[in-house]
Ligand binder design. Structure first.
Ligand SMILES: Cc1cn([C@H]2C[C@H](O)[C@@H](COP(=O)(O)OP(=O)(O)OP(=O)(O)O)O2)c(=O)[nH]c1=O
Length: 220
């Protein structure tokens, strides 16, 4: 028996809730043409001792999705939580607390490669199932001078971003190459998230049939 009668209505059958305050995640999901609502999660983002980066992002993704899904006044069927970290050697870099921490992170990434790992969890409140996955992307930084690091921090872009940079912004000027998913670095591995949503039956991608041509220029 379903414990929540609201979840049995047709209107709620396939509603998706993105449990995230990250504007990047909203933009990425919206860019796939998926309809969803956004509810920011209050889950605490602490690193537990001995936790691997994969375990960390899996745990936090699930925590964020569960925290929002378990709020009694929030309706919806599918809840997506996600977490992104930068991993340099074995160290997990989250969002910098201040300019000093941002400078330390950026100089430790300078002239070498690191991995960006994003976890995502999808909870089905009707099926009572939880799916969790992680995706890793390798990112190369060119050598940065102290002056460049200070200048980049002064733009304000490093704050609120794992590893103190944004590949989708000015940060792109520091990144000659990546290997793997670009959207994963920005905060949500779109290809994998969409494939999982489709596998779960939450969406049908390209369901509208033949490609539309009404946006093409008329013949001259
Ligand atoms: C590496 C990198 C990270 N980021 C962002 C994505 C995430 O928003 C952020 C990592 O922090 P997260 O804790 O994963 O996410 P968040 O606190 O912004 O949002 P929420 O927990 O509510 O979902 O870093 C970029 O925007 N660009 C980048 O190139």
């Amino acid at each position: 028996m379903n414990p929540d009668p609201r979840l049995t209505s047709d209107r709620l059958e396939n509603t998706i809730v993105l449990a995230s305050a990250s504007p990047r995640r909203s933009q990425l999901l919206a860019s796939a043409g998926i309809a969803f609502t956004v509810v920011g999660s209050d889950a605490p983002e602490t690193i537990q001792p001995g936790e691997s980066p994969q375990q960390h992002v899996r745990r936090l993704s699930l925590l964020k999705a569960r925290e929002v899904a378990h709020r009694s006044h929030i309706t919806g069927r599918w809840f997506i939580g996600s977490d992104t970290v930068v991993v340099r050697d074995a160290a997990i870099l989250g969002k910098p607390a201040d300019a000093g921490e941002a400078a330390a992170m950026l100089s430790s990434l300078s002239g070498r490669s690191h991995n960006v790992i994003t976890g995502f969890a999808i909870i089905d409140r009707i099926g009572r199932t939880e799916t969790v996955e992680t995706v890793s992307t390798r990112v190369w930084f060119r050598e940065l001078t102290d002056l460049e690091i200070q200048g980049y921090i002064a733009t304000g872009e490093p704050f609120g971003k794992a590893g103190a940079y944004a590949i989708q912004g000015i940060g792109a000027c520091m990144i000659p190459a990546i290997e793997g998913s670009y959207t994963n670095v920005v905060g949500l591995p779109l290809c994998e998230v969409v494939a999982t949503l489709e596998k779960l039956g939450a969406i049908r991608l390209f369901a509208s049939g033949a490609p539309r041509s009404d946006h093409l220029d008329p013949p001259s």
